[in-house]
Design a binder for this molecule. Structure first.
Ligand SMILES: [Zn+2]
Length: 62
């Protein structure tokens, strides 16, 4: 069961936080609008945008 009440961000800002998910829908961390940019910058861009990031092998079809 998930409590739907608003949780303050773990960064200590006291602001409302939301779960951030990667491209596969896996929870990464909670962020608020104050720390969002900084925390998301710590993740690889492809993890956030490419659902295939799990497979680390390069795909060459040319
Ligand atoms: Zn925060």
């Amino acid at each position: 069961m998930r409590n739907s009440s608003v949780r303050p961000c773990p960064c200590g800002s006291g602001l409302e936080s939301k779960w951030q998910y990667d491209a596969r829908g896996i929870e990464l961390c909670r962020t608020c609008r104050r720390c969002h940019r900084e925390r998301m910058a710590g993740f690889r861009q492809d993890v956030l945008t490419d659902p295939d990031y799990w497979h680390d092998e390069p795909i060459e079809e040319d």
